[in-house]
Design a binder for this molecule. Structure first.
Ligand code: HEC
Ligand code: HEC
Length: 230
């Protein structure tokens, strides 16, 4: 390589490496601003997903904090593209451009997840279990599955304690029961598609309404969990 060329290349690499942290700092600002204030055509995410991305259990709005950023990005693109149907989120996601999607997903991905901040989740903060039988049945499905019906353990894919496995498997624990239920039903009815290799569709199709209710109740409030149940 000629000397002039080498110098040029070195300069380029240097300017790039200086630009990179600036770019990511800019993305962080954008992500936080979108979440907290929104943008001209984008409502602030916190109005539905909570000030710390903890969700709104009473309304069945999901927690976003601590979910894998790649998973959140994928969902935003799916709402915009119609592979996942939800009137509220379709409007929001369609109003975001590509760099905003990446920024806001990165922002929520970095916030403490359910395990790091259990008290941030209203569902998890309340240890009262309304229907202990259903909760127990849900616990069994989550941890062991139901092999008579070829339903694998949820935690086999979603990680121990349902805490999620980046980048593809979202956390399930600490989500509002109404939200988990609605997603399993969405796979059954075909309004949520695009899961890798149809993995979730095939799981959801094997589940009865009672099993869906049970596992949703358990996942909203998976504590207490004894050591041998993990
Ligand atoms: C008007 C209320 C509302 C606003 C504002 C809102 N969301 Fe949502 N969001 C929802 C609802 C409801 C769902 C659940 C949709 C479903 O059932 O499929 C959801 C789901 C999501 C999901 C999927 C989560 C998962 O676990 O799969 C993501 C990602 C998301 N929202 C991101 C955002 C971002 C980013 C913003 C701000 C730019 C935002 N939302 C603003 C109501 C809202
Ligand atoms: C074979 C692996 C696998 C198993 C087993 C599995 N899941 Fe999933 N699940 C996935 C994948 C992959 C996704 C992400 C789909 C996507 O990209 O939209 C997912 C997503 C979900 C979501 C959406 C979460 C959200 O934030 O919107 C729910 C709810 C869910 N799974 C519930 C369950 C339950 C309940 C069980 C057990 C009965 C279970 N899963 C078992 C792979 C699995």
């Amino acid at each position: 390589m000629q000397k002039a060329m080498k110098v040029k290349l070195a300069r380029l690499i240097m300017s790039l490496s200086m630009a990179m942290p600036m770019l990511s700092a800019q993305a962080e600002v954008t992500g936080a601003a979108l979440a907290q204030q929104g943008a001209p055509s984008v409502p602030a995410c916190l109005s539905c997903h909570g000030a710390r991305g903890e969700g709104l259990a009473a309304a069945g709005f999901p927690r976003l904090a601590g979910q894998p950023a790649a998973y959140l990005e994928k969902q935003l693109r799916a709402f915009a593209g119609g592979q996942r149907v939800n009137p509220q989120m379709q409007g929001v996601a369609s109003a975001l451009d590509d760099s905003q999607i990446r920024a806001v997903a990165a922002y929520y991905g970095k916030l403490p997840g359910w395990q790091a901040a259990p008290s941030a989740n209203p569902a998890a903060a309340n240890p009262a279990v309304a229907a202990p039988e259903a909760w127990k049945r849900g616990q069994k499905l989550a941890i062991r599955g139901n092999w008579n019906k070829e339903i694998p353990a949820c935690f086999a894919c979603h990680g121990p304690a349902g805490a999620g496995v980046a980048p593809h498997f979202p956390a399930l624990s600490g989500q509002p029961a109404a939200y988990t239920r609605s997603q399993l039903k969405a796979w059954q009815s075909g309004t949520r598609t695009h899961d890798p290799q149809g993995l979730m569709k095939s799981v959801a199709l094997r589940m009865s309404p009672a099993e869906i209710d049970a596992v949703s109740a358990y996942l909203a409030n998976p504590l207490p969990m004894s050591r041998e149940e993990r």
